[in-house]
Design a protein around this ligand. Structure first.
Ligand SMILES: Cc1ncc(COP(=O)(O)O)c(C=O)c1O
Length: 396
């Protein structure tokens, strides 16, 4: 199987596994226990927090400074941010292409009477940042919270978070960034980002599943959503999963320290895949791009590993199944919706024609992908596409 679904999850790095096994084998690990064994567990967490702080360029040990709340992953961090940050009565602004773990929470809050204001995206998949200040200030009272992802999980298109941060700072609005897809793929400094809170998830950067974090800037208040323990200063109670925390710290340290080599390699492999497929099928549509009057394709900035392609004349679900059978793993949307796979809300928000939405698949390479596997994948994908197109032609 050639694994090209690295935006859904990544293979854990063996070096992370080694660290986790050491911790798992080290004995009981409850960092709240008031004995030497408990103190040793606490020390492991403190060390992991130091490692994470250096990796994201944000010291996490200063009183009153930024802090990191460990969660079970990106979904929980996004839920915590949307429900726990800012005035619970003030409107929330979010882009139409956020992950379901943001959109569904917003819809849940809307059903309870909270006002949601939607930021549109253009046809390349970039949020219309020029509308943000008006969205914040429109209505009876200003919005209290803005949530914008750093890069989209389906198209890989990078979003204007620096500009959004500046607007939010000028207007005094809390700003949450879902950086789940960016960490480990592009450099990101939490210190200079200017956000109030940032979501991360370890399994997206070759760490374990079941652990993530919500970084909170100094002075930003958070209402906890869980109750019943004093862990993590009651922001997110529950016994801390020390092996997962150590795994996440190691994965983040590796992802950021190796990024100067990984980032260009991911780009090369993704471009090889795109170019190989486009030379075999010139009408393939690459999302996150626009065509000028001469038909030249200009791509907007994207994550180096991601490509979202429309295979015109084929149905994405049939193509996904054919590729699965041929030994290529990819996705027809975000992993959460891949079982039922309704049409992508991201591509719909970009205003793309139905034929492009119905035939879109996402491919994501990782540091474990190789040129050989990419060439093999190009071959398998091309063959499946040709066959499905021929079948469709016969049916019609
Ligand atoms: C942008 C984005 N946010 C949040 C999530 C949810 O993360 P997790 O799977 O860790 O809950 C994902 C997962 O696909 C994602 O891509």
């Amino acid at each position: 199987m050639i694994y090209l679904d690295n935006n859904a999850t990544t293979e854990i790095d063996p070096r992370v596994v080694d660290v986790m096994i050491d911790v798992l084998r080290s004995g009981p690990c409850n960092a709240s226990s008031q004995h030497a064994i408990g103190r040793a567990a606490r020390l492991r967490i403190d060390d992991a927090i130091d490692v994470i702080g250096s990796a994201i360029d944000s010291a996490l040990d200063q009183p009153g400074g930024p802090r990191l709340i460990f969660t079970s992953g990106g979904t929980e961090s996004n839920n915590l941010a949307l429900t726990g940050l800012a005035d619970p009565d003030a409107a929330i602004v979010l882009s139409r292409i956020e992950h379901p773990s943001v959109i569904a929470v917003a819809e849940h809050l809307a059903a309870q009477g909270r006002e949601i204001r939607w930021m549109d995206v253009d046809h390349t998949g970039v949020a219309k940042i020029d509308s943000l200040a008006d969205l914040i200030q429109s209505g009876d009272r200003p919005a209290g919270l803005v949530s914008l992802m750093s890069a989209n999980n389906e198209t890989g298109v990078i979003q204007p978070i620096e500009q959004a941060a500046q607007i939010c700072r000028d207007l005094g609005v809390t700003f949450h960034v879902d950086a789940t897809q960016s960490i480990g793929k592009v450099p990101i400094s939490f210190r200079s980002l200017g956000a109030s809170a940032v979501t991360m998830s370890a399994h997206k950067f070759h760490g374990p599943t079941g652990i993530g974090g919500l970084w909170i800037a100094g002075g930003v208040k958070l209402r906890p959503q869980l109750h019943g323990g004093e862990q993590q200063l009651e922001s997110r109670p529950g016994t801390e999963p020390v092996p997962l925390i150590c795994g996440m710290a190691t994965a983040l340290q590796l992802a950021t320290s190796e990024l100067p080599e990984t980032q260009p390699r991911l780009s090369l492999l993704r471009d090889r895949l795109e170019q190989g497929l486009r030379s075999a099928h010139p009408d393939l549509v690459v999302h996150g791009s626009s065509r000028d009057d001469e038909g030249e394709v200009a791509l907007v900035p994207r994550l180096p590993n991601t490509t979202c392609l429309s295979f015109l004349g084929a149905d994405r679900q049939s193509m996904l199944m054919a590729l699965d059978f041929a030994g290529v793993a990819c996705s027809s949307g975000s992993a959460c919706s891949s079982g039922s796979s309704p049409p992508s809300h991201v591509l719909l928000a970009m205003g793309l024609p139905a034929e492009q939405v119905q035939s879109a698949l996402r491919f994501g390479v990782s540091k474990f992908s190789t040129e050989k596997k990419i060439d093999d994948a190009i071959d398998r994908i091309s063959r499946c596409y040709k066959r499905l197109r021929q079948n469709r032609a016969v049916e019609n």
